[in-house]
Design a protein around this ligand. Structure first.
Ligand code: SIN
Ligand code: FE
Length: 282
């Protein structure tokens, strides 16, 4: 007999799935937008240049918006409420991470994904792993919480690609040794917040090479996932090969997690790349 109700998996198996690079979909867990915040769910609130509106973990100015001071205060309040909500969600879904988790930026994504013209490198409709050009993670994991808050009820559609090991094996032969001199220069010029480590350089190269490879984008294995409005999901986007192909109105919270806080650190992109390259990367 089929189960009428599938109980949530226990914490240990959720954690193992996340660390294998799977997306943890929480179809019954949505983030509620208050009626007075609805006006923020419009592409008009974007400045038209940035993909998203965003807010740093210490608050401050809302980046990427066309809003006046009152609108910005509203957007900041929404994003900081979402940041707290996302932290509580991770604390519940992955309690083992709670003590080590570091809060990064929050974003509001009000623009339709499917019709957007962007350079290949910025185009998240192409399969990729996440890596940040100006904010080196220095080996830490990128754990992200998303909530689909589309008022029109449409799903956000993602595709998920091959395992990270296979992805790395495919592109590593084209990646040279990163320059430590350039990394110091970028830091000195204020182009990066902190030192871009060899790990950050390799991850950025993976990100750029996969997005630029038209043949890979056409033929790479993938599965489609429709993430319903009113749901949320948690995923290590530095290891899950992903693309966001359609949808509008999501909130996203970035967290950083030291590799040592994982149940199985050897599954991290850092350790996988270090094993393959035979040298330390941070
Ligand atoms: C991405 O990280 O590639 C974009 C995800 C999204 O906006 O749904
Ligand atoms: Fe991404």
């Amino acid at each position: 007999m089929a189960l009428a109700y599938a109980p949530d998996p226990p914490a240990a198996s959720r954690l193992a799935a996340l660390e294998r690079g799977e997306l943890l979909s929480l179809p019954r867990t949505g983030f509620a937008i208050e009626p007075h915040e609805r006006l923020l769910l419009s592409p008009d609130v974007s400045d038209g240049r940035a993909k998203n509106l965003s807010l740093g973990p210490a608050g401050g100015r809302v980046a990427g918006s066309s809003l006046d001071a009152a609108g910005q205060a509203l957007a900041a309040a929404l994003m900081s409420r979402f940041a707290d909500w996302a932290a509580a969600l991770v604390a519940e879904a992955a309690p083992a991470y709670a003590a080590a988790l570091q809060r990064g930026r929050t974003s509001l994504r009000p623009c339709e994904i499917s019709g957007r013209a962007l350079s290949p490198r910025k185009d998240d409709r192409r399969l990729h792993v996440d890596a940040f050009a100006s904010r080196p993670v220095q080996g830490r994991r990128i754990l992200r919480v998303f909530a689909n808050v589309d008022p029109d009820g449409r799903p956000r559609v993602w595709t998920l690609g091959e395992p990270f090991e296979d992805h790395a094996a495919r592109f590593l032969p084209w990646i040279g040794r990163p320059s430590a001199v350039l990394a110091r220069g970028r830091q000195a010029l204020g182009l990066t917040r902190g030192r871009r480590t060899a790990y950050d350089s390799v991850m950025l190269a993976l990100h750029d090479l996969s997005k630029a490879d038209a043949g890979y984008q056409r033929a790479a294995p993938r599965t489609r996932m429709a993430l319903p409005a009113g749901s949320s999901w948690i995923v290590f986007t530095d290891a899950a090969v992903h693309a966001a192909v359609a949808g509008r109105c999501a909130l996203e919270q970035t967290f950083y997690l030291p590799v040592e806080a994982m149940a199985e650190p050897e599954r991290s992109p850092l350790r996988i790349l270090e094993r393959r390259l035979g040298r330390p990367l941070v």
